[in-house]
Write a protein that binds this ligand. Structure first.
Ligand code: TPP
Ligand code: MG
Length: 342
């Protein structure tokens, strides 16, 4: 019998990435993408705290390496589906920080015309099929997209991002079964951050590795350090190639950690509950710091380059946020313009 993974005390995550897959210039682009996502979410966090942002925001600070690495091998005619914590999923494909800010502020310049907020974001032209707050709801949609891709004999692939808590929904297992049975080009990406709202995985499941559900359906899987961009690049390349060329599903379990609470700006786990464990070990596994350290050790960047990237990106994003604040709200007559009905 295959030994089940035990991730409770992962040894992974203590070393910096060994950068070999891409050129230094490409890694610097990825570093800037991760910084952009991080700073965008920090701006959102500050403005949730100040009360300017009214809609609930689930931040993925600490999880940036996963979507940034995945997006490296995706095309605009692939389809990516997110969940309630999808700012990074969206930005990694679109880099549309302005559209995200405006959306979260409820402005008509938002990526969903200001009618969705943080959990209903869409970027169809760049391959982001959408996110919804209902846990697991986009997974069968991603499988349906994979079926359509297979039937139309295209080379496109479908990607479904979800969390460890989502694996407790029945539809996940139905989706894995269908993807496996019909050999669909779907990449399931489970971001295992050990929490479902305020509950740690040890309070919810007998084992803490979600990939066992893929094994049960005969879907090839990999359990990886989701905070090491090189590992995510390597695995996502393999997974996307398997889906694109061999038309078969793949399951990536990327072990990671969210440095903020479940929802909002706070470090609490959720509903005011303090974390039982220490944040510090996970802060030392910060994916941005680890990529930065690797690039510095290769003399590809210096510490002051890193600070410069942060300053420039921060200035740009703060300007965008201020502009989005002054944008108009949608009008009542626009309400039905984006609704499809027969
Ligand atoms: C069907 C459904 N059940 C419950 C919820 C409440 N809820 C929102 S997020 C969440 C936790 C999801 O955890 P996980 O899938 O691990 O994602 P994470 O928040 O850790 O990124 C829950 C239970 C919901 N939105 N939808
Ligand atoms: Mg989780």
């Amino acid at each position: 019998m295959k030994k089940l993974n035990n991730l409770k005390n992962p040894k992974i995550g203590n070393e910096d990435p060994q950068l070999q897959l891409l050129s230094n210039a490409e890694y610097i682009v990825l570093l800037k993408k991760m910084i952009t996502i991080r700073i965008a979410e920090e701006i959102i966090s500050d403005n949730v705290k100040s009360g300017l942002i009214k809609c609930p925001c689930h931040l993925a600070i600490g999880q940036e390496a996963i979507p940034v690495a995945m997006s490296q091998f995706l095309h605009s005619d692939d389809r990516v589906y997110g969940n309630h914590r999808s700012h990074g999923h969206y930005l990694s494909l679109t880099m549309d920080t302005y559209g995200l800010f405006a959306e979260i502020l409820g402005k008509e310049t938002g990526c969903s015309k200001g009618m969705g907020g943080s959990m209903h974001i869409v970027g169809e032209s760049q391959g982001f099929g959408g996110s919804v707050p209902i846990v697991s709801a986009t997974i069968p949609v991603a499988v349906g997209a994979g079926l359509a891709m297979k039937l139309s004999k295209s080379q496109s692939v479908s990607v479904s991002y979800f969390g460890d808590g989502t694996s407790e929904e029945g539809v996940v297992h139905e989706s894995l079964n269908i993807a496996s049975y019909y050999n669909l080009p779907v990449i399931f990406v489970c971001e295992n951050n050990f929490f479902s709202s305020h509950m740690h995985i040890s309070e919810r499941q007998k084992f803490d590795s979600i990939s066992r559900f893929a094994d049960a359906h005969g879907i090839e899987s990999a359990v990886i350090d989701g905070n090491n961009i090189e590992t995510v690049l390597d695995t996502s390349k393999k997974a996307i190639q398997a889906a694109r060329l061999q038309r078969k599903p793949f399951f990536i379990e990327a072990v990671t950690y969210r440095l903020k609470g479940h929802v909002g700006h706070d470090d609490n786990v959720d509903v005011g509950l303090q974390r039982k464990e220490d944040l510090e070990p996970w802060k030392r596994k910060d994916p941005i710091d680890r990529l930065k350290n690797s690039l510095i050790s290769k003399s590809a960047i210096s510490e002051s380059d890193f600070e410069f990237f942060n300053t420039v990106i921060s200035e740009k994003l703060n300007k965008e946020f201020d502009q989005a604040v002054s944008d108009p709200y949608p009008q009542k007559q626009q309400l039905l313009e984006t609704v499809y009905y027969k």
